[in-house]
Structure formats: structure tokens, C-alpha cells
Design a binder for this molecule. Structure first.
Ligand code: B1M
Length: 210
């Protein structure tokens, strides 16, 4: 089965029942979980984004699509990791203050868990001071910041600065990611690294942890 178009269509039309059944059918037909995620669900979500931008889809519909995708990601979750272990390094991850997008951040968290990290997923809309509190509480060695909006990218800078002002900067590596972010931005705000997607993020944390 390689009909990713059907999965894309079901996601874009927010038909959750059809979508979950198509995903389960694909798995039953030995389609790799990573292909279902990348060629089906993420490709579909890109179309949802385009339709949102052009006004063809409204926020409630986009939320329904996001929820449908989330349900499918739960189904794919046990099949996505590569199962290698990196020794349980404490990592915290959160979407920065002002930003409510969490699907990509949750995928990153999941992939990092699958390579043996002790992942503390703080959620969305996380204040810089809360990152500092959690670094101390969880004895974190790596901090991952996610942002999906150009308007919340400055909050990543503020978070890096708040961590530095707290005296914890030397204790942690700070990594950034999210659709509008790139390596140049990571360098500009003094982050230690950038990852374009969940696979790259898990490889990066693994290399930093070893
Ligand atoms: Co939002 N939204 N949204 N939205 N939304 C975008 C991001 C947008 C590009 C859509 C568009 O206009 N084309 C646009 C941003 C434009 C911009 O800033 N340039 C946008 C907008 C404008 C908004 C609102 C302002 C709309 C409004 O209210 N008028 C509003 C803002 C709310 C807020 O955050 N304060 C808003 C709201 C929402 C919903 C709540 C409806 C919903 C989010 C639901 C949820 O997350 N639970 C939503 C959605 C679903 C989207 C789109 C359609 C899909 C995002 C997504 O889940 N992608 C999105 C358009 C798009 O991205 N094509 C859009 C799939 C996901 C797997 O990919 O998140 O990129 P992604 O994650 C990847 C990588 O980026 C990376 O790895 C992930 C997995 O491979 N990555 C990291 C992510 N975090 C990382 C952290 C790391 C490393 C890698 O740490 C090291």
C-alpha cells in the first residue's frame, strides 16, 4: 500500500475515523510507520497549513486535523523509534511562551525517548523562568525549545538569556527547532544547536549525551 494520497485527503477533510482506519490498513500492509508519518500525515498537515493561510480552513478545522493526527501518531509511536539507548540523559523540551503548537514538539520528545533519553515534556506556552525551574528540578543536561510562529522566535532568545542570567548556562546544551527556525537563527541567539526534524533532533541529543 502506498496510497498516501488517501491518508492526506482524510486528514485534510478531518475525517478522523477514515484516517485511523487508513493508517491501520497501511500498517497491516507493512507500510513503514516512518513513511506513513512523513509521506501521509506530515504531508497532509502541510496542506492544512496552506489552506489555513489562504483562509480555506478555519482554526476549529485545523484543530480537528491536529487532533486526528495526534491520535494516529499515538498508533505509530511504538513503531517509530530505533530502540538504541544513550544512557538516560535528562532532557527537557517545551514550546516557548506564546506558542501553542505541540505536534512536532511531541514527535521530537517521542524520538528522543526512543534513543534512551529521560525526556521531560513540559508542554506548550512555557515561560522562560519555568525552563529555569525545570532545569534545576530535573537536573537537565539538554534543553530543547520549540517554536512554530515567527512571532514567538524572539521568545527563544529570551529563554536562552534567562537561562544564562540564572547561572545555569554552562550546565546545559540548548537546542532549538520548529518550522521557522534555522541554524543561522540558532547561532544568532547563542543556542548550542538546531535540528530540522525529530530524527535530526534525536541524533543530535544522542551525540551530545555520549
Ligand atoms: Co498554527 N500556524 N497557528 N495552529 N499551524 C502554522 C505554524 C502556520 C505556518 C500556518 C500558516 O499560516 N501557513 C502559521 C505560522 C505563520 C508564521 O508565523 N510564519 C500559523 C498561525 C499563523 C497560527 C495562529 C496565529 C492562527 C490564528 O490564530 N490566527 C495560531 C497561533 C496560536 C498560538 O500558538 N499562540 C495558530 C493555531 C494553531 C492551532 C492551535 C489551530 C493548531 C495547533 C494544534 C497543536 O499543535 N496541538 C495549528 C496548526 C496545526 C498549524 C499547522 C497547520 C501545522 C503544524 C504542525 O503540527 N505541523 C502549521 C502549518 C504547517 O506547519 N504546515 C501552522 C506538523 C509537525 C509534525 O511539524 O510542528 O514543524 P512541525 O515539527 C517538526 C519540525 O519543525 C521539528 O521537528 C518536528 C517533527 O519532525 N521541530 C523541532 C519542532 N519542534 C522542534 C524542537 C526541536 C527540534 C526540532 O528542539 C531541538
Amino acid at each position: 500500500m502506498s496510497d498516501f494520497n488517501a491518508i492526506i485527503e482524510a486528514l485534510v477533510s478531518t475525517d478522523t475515523d477514515k484516517l485511523t482506519s487508513l493508517v491501520n490498513d497501511a500498517l497491516a500492509n507493512d507500510v513503514p510507520a516512518g513513511d506513513i508519518l512523513n509521506k501521509g500525515l506530515i504531508a497532509g498537515m502541510d496542506i492544512v497549513g496552506d489552506k489555513m493561510e489562504s483562509g480555506e480552513m478555519y482554526i476549529p478545522e485545523v484543530l480537528m486535523a491536529a487532533q486526528a493526527m495526534g491520535e494516529c501518531v499515538e498508533v505509530l509511536k511504538p513503531l517509530l523509534g530505533d530502540g538504541e539507548s544513550a544512557g538516560g540523559t535528562s532532557v527537557i523540551i517545551g514550546t516557548v511562551k506564546g506558542d501553542l503548537h505541540d505536534i512536532g514538539k511531541n514527535l521530537v520528545a517521542m524520538m528522543m525517548e526512543s534513543v534512551g533519553m529521560e525526556v521531560h515534556n513540559l508542554g506548550v506556552d512555557i515561560d522562560p523562568d519555568e525552563f529555569v525551574t525545570q532545569i534545576k528540578e530535573k537536573n537537565a543536561k539538554i534543553v530543547c525549545l520549540s517554536a512554530l510562529l515567527t512571532t514567538t522566535m524572539p521568545m527563544m532568545k529570551q529563554t536562552v538569556e534567562t537561562i544564562a542570567a540564572s547561572g545555569l548556562r554552562d550546565q546545559v546544551k540548548i537546542l532549538v527547532g520548529g518550522a521557522p527556525v534555522n541554524q543561522a537563527f540558532a547561532d544568532e541567539i547563542g543556542a548550542d544547536g538546531y535540528a530540522a526534524d525529530a530524527g535530526a533532533a534525536s541524533k543530535l541529543v544522542k551525540s551530545l549525551a555520549s
